[in-house]
Design a protein around this ligand. Structure first.
Ligand code: AMP
Length: 141
């Protein structure tokens, strides 16, 4: 299916709507999920337009994983957890709700994650901002 450039992450990339950014480079952007399934729930997206991982160029995929690793390390430290879940949904059939490829970094366990509905409830924006500051501080080290 053709990429929908009106999806919410494309709008964030164009600066048309705000996000709580924690990291950005030439190829990727990381920001806080506004309907978190865990405290510190962070998203990493590519700047290349792609709906799913299958639509992404190998170079963009490599840059994306590089950022996921960097940001996940900071999220783990900032949130003081021993483990985290990476989640990545491809296609409506899998439950993907935003058609721009992204990784979820979830500093929680799979068991806890499964008790929380996906993208269902707005988080506390002040609390989310506080987690973002901690993550950014770790990234700056
Ligand atoms: P998925 O269902 O895998 O496509 O995940 C999309 C994620 O984007 C969900 O976890 C939503 O909570 C999150 N989300 C939707 N809109 C925004 C937004 N404007 N800013 C940050 N996260 C968002």
């Amino acid at each position: 299916m053709a990429y929908d450039s009106n999806n919410i992450f494309a709008k964030i990339l164009r600066g048309e709507i705000p996000c709580t950014k924690v990291y950005e480079d030439e190829h990727t952007l990381a920001f806080m999920d506004i309907m978190p399934q865990a405290e510190g729930h962070t998203l990493v997206i590519t700047k290349e337009h792609a709906e799913t991982i299958l639509d992404l160029s190998p170079a963009a995929a490599a840059a994306w994983i590089h950022t996921v690793q960097k940001v996940a390390k900071a999220v783990k430290k900032a949130m003081g957890v021993d483990g985290f879940v990476l989640m990545q949904l491809n296609g409506v059939a899998a439950g993907q709700s935003v058609p721009h490829v992204h990784f979820h970094i979830l500093p929680t366990s799979l068991g806890t994650l499964m008790t929380r509905a996906h993208g269902a409830q707005m988080g506390d924006l002040q609390q989310i901002q506080g987690y973002a500051e901690k993550i950014k501080a770790e990234l700056a080290k």
